[in-house]
Design a protein around this ligand. Structure first.
Ligand code: NAD
Ligand code: IPM
Ligand code: MN
Length: 349
């Protein structure tokens, strides 16, 4: 029996997690679910975006299925109490340094992509985003300059162990896929990136079977829409990975389609699974959200943390079949509600 911590969070988080839960229930596996409040919901219920009881549950569970956090009502709270601190805190506390964000074209969905159909069909990549370092977790604050001006600052830093750890995952993944690893940085400007590039190059000697390239982040953003088929595995830092993965989602068709896995070690162990999108306050509570990213995140959970690769295949095939048969929420140009999209997936399981 496996224990799943269900952390639905805010906005559309609960709406999409409910559909993922229905799909998991339909598989007939021996799973136990325990729900806990997180984000704005955690703050409202227990006075903190990541309540101790929620963190305890996440640490005890075999896997965490996460919705999204973020609520405009709480954007003016001091930073440590804002909803987003919940996901940042969970990543840090659970040591989830490796974030896998696969982006693939779905047959039949070409019309939803911002790219031409013949270009979408070449899309099959994974953005491997470092998740516990970079400018996200450096010293930050606001202060006064010598002239008395207000100044904000966020320190960007990576040490070599952090880079080696994520780059190793990148090489191992590329080895199991198409053998191509592209490391994305800004080594032309940033010392953090120069160290990153040096360490990745040192590791390359141990992976002669992987073709390693380097690319500046600005060029990578351009190449991702020009010719995404050139990429297999992209390994990059926390900030660049955040931005490039939202961009990659529109290459596939919608941010509502992209799942993610956040892992503390390359081969599974406790992981956190969440759509790459946020709480979408603009459509929350209206039954409009696309649940596919959450459902596909559940599939990644089955594969990476629960040793259920066949069940993961079934879920992914059911989503692909629903899409191929024309099931569409509004973000994909259709009119199905969140639960009707869930029904469409369930019907093909
Ligand atoms: P967002 O991803 O929530 O929304 C961006 C746009 O995409 C919106 O127009 C939204 O309606 C649409 N969208 C997102 N998911 C969708 C889905 N499943 N189906 C259909 N449409 C979808 O990003 P944002 O608007 O920049 O941020 C909103 C809040 O979410 C903020 O508080 C932000 O900090 C938070 N956020 C949280 C996470 C997370 O919990 N991991 C991730 C990103 C943003
Ligand atoms: C994501 C989100 C988060 C991030 C925010 C909500 C902290 O954008 O998961 O992609 O920047 O990592
Ligand atoms: Mn993001």
């Amino acid at each position: 029996m496996a224990l799943i911590a269900l952390l639905p969070g805010d906005g559309i988080g609960p709406e999409v997690v409910a559909e993922a839960r229905r799909v998991l229930d339909a598989l007939g596996l021996d799973l136990t679910f325990e729900k806990a409040p997180v984000g704005g919901a955690g703050y409202e219920a227990l006075g903190h975006p990541l309540p101790v009881s929620t963190l305890d549950l996440a640490q005890q569970a075999d896997a965490v299925l996460f919705g999204a956090v973020g609520d405009p009502r709480f954007d003016t709270l001091e930073r440590s109490l804002r909803p987003e601190q919940a996901i940042l805190g969970l990543r840090k506390a659970l040591g989830l340094f490796a974030n896998l964000r696969p982006a693939k074209g779905f047959p039949g969905l070409e019309d939803a992509s911002a790219l031409k159909p013949e270009i979408v069909r070449t899309l099959d990549l994974v953005i491997l985003r470092e998740l516990t370092g970079d400018v996200y977790f450096g010293e930050k604050g606001q202060r006064r300059t010598a002239e008395g001006l207000r100044q904000g600052y966020d320190v960007m830093a990576y040490d070599e162990a952090e880079v080696r750890r994520i780059a190793t995952v990148g090489f191992e993944m590329a080895k199991r896929r198409k053998g191509r690893l592209c490391s994305v940085d800004k080594a032309n400007v940033l010392e953090t990136s120069q160290l990153w590039r040096d360490v990745v190059n040192e590791l390359a000697a141990s992976y002669p079977e992987v073709a390693l390239t380097h690319m500046y982040a600005d060029n990578a953003a351009m190449q991702l829409v020009r010719a995404p088929g050139q990429f297999d595995v992209i390994v990059t830092g926390n900030m660049f990975g955040d931005i490039l993965s939202d961009q990659a989602s529109m290459c596939a068709g919608s941010i509502g389609m992209l799942a993610s896995a956040s892992l503390s070690e390359w081969s599974g162990a406790c992981g956190l699974y969440e759509p790459i999108h946020g709480s979408a306050p603009d459509i929350a509570g209206q039954g409009k959200a696309n649940p596919c990213a959450a459902i596909l995140s559940a599939a990644m959970m089955l594969r990476h943390s629960l040793e259920q690769p066949e069940a993961a295949d079934r879920v992914e095939a059911a989503v692909a079949a629903a899409i191929a048969d024309g099931a569409r929420t509004a973000d994909l140009g259709g009119s199905l509600s969140t639960s009707a999209m869930g029904d469409a997936v369930l019907a093909r399981l």
